[in-house]
Design a protein around this ligand. Structure first.
Ligand code: ATP
Length: 195
């Protein structure tokens, strides 16, 4: 049977409650059968304190997705030639899973710039797009795209990985921004904190 699979891409550096709430909400309030958190590869130019290694980001993301029914962590994009644009990733997924239907999940900030994405017209033609609200961005979907693009009315939680990393670098408390087990992982592996 054809599954409807949502793709939620990001660096998840680290995953935080904003991501977790979004994933949980979308899984329970949309047409999706599954949601995959698709980890983007480490940019070699951004290594070091700010960008945790792929395996750590993968493990932290798994700590969250294992608690959410229907939600999984995917390392698929890490195996693709780089750079992998979203259209390349979606095409590779469709080749590997020809019987499934893919839904790209993006924020209203990205939707506002979507016509600058590589092959955005092909994404809209061959896949579905789900847009969720971000503060400061109105979501406008032209009538002609109404059958391909849906809006998910997820709650806005303004936490960012950048904010979490900055707080950790200054030894500030992030217990309510990052799930407990993710925070334990960060501390155990000395991620994002100065030596
Ligand atoms: P950074 O601050 O490092 O840029 P981020 O917090 O935006 O990171 P990403 O890993 O880039 O996190 O995000 C992955 C996806 O999650 C992106 O599509 C991003 O728009 C979305 N996202 C990030 N923060 C939130 C949030 N608080 N609520 C909902 N979606 C979010």
């Amino acid at each position: 049977m054809k599954r409807k699979i949502g793709i939620f891409g990001g660096s998840f550096n680290p995953i935080h409650v904003g991501h977790a709430i979004m994933a949980s909400y979308v899984m329970q309030h949309s047409v999706l059968d599954q949601l995959w958190l698709m980890l983007s590869p480490q940019n070699p130019l951004k290594q070091g304190l700010t960008m945790a290694p792929d395996h750590d980001r993968l493990r932290m993301t798994e700590l969250v997705t294992r608690r959410l029914d229907g939600v999984e962590t995917s390392a698929f994009e890490l195996t693709l030639p780089r750079p992998s644009y979203t259209i390349d990733t979606l095409r590779a997924l469709q080749r590997k899973f020809p019987d499934d239907e893919f839904y790209l999940l993006i924020g209203a900030d990205n939707w506002a710039l979507f016509d600058r994405w590589r092959a955005y017209d092909e994404i809209l033609r061959d896949f579905h797009v789900m847009v969720y609200p971000r503060r400061g961005f109105e979501i406008v979907v032209p009538d002609a795209l109404a059958s391909r693009v849906m809006v998910v009315d997820a709650p806005l939680v303004e936490v960012s990985s950048t904010g979490v990393r900055e707080a950790l670098a200054q030894w500030r408390d992030v217990s309510f921004y990052v799930p407990d087990d993710v925070l334990r992982y960060i501390k155990k592996n000395n991620l994002y904190t100065p030596e």
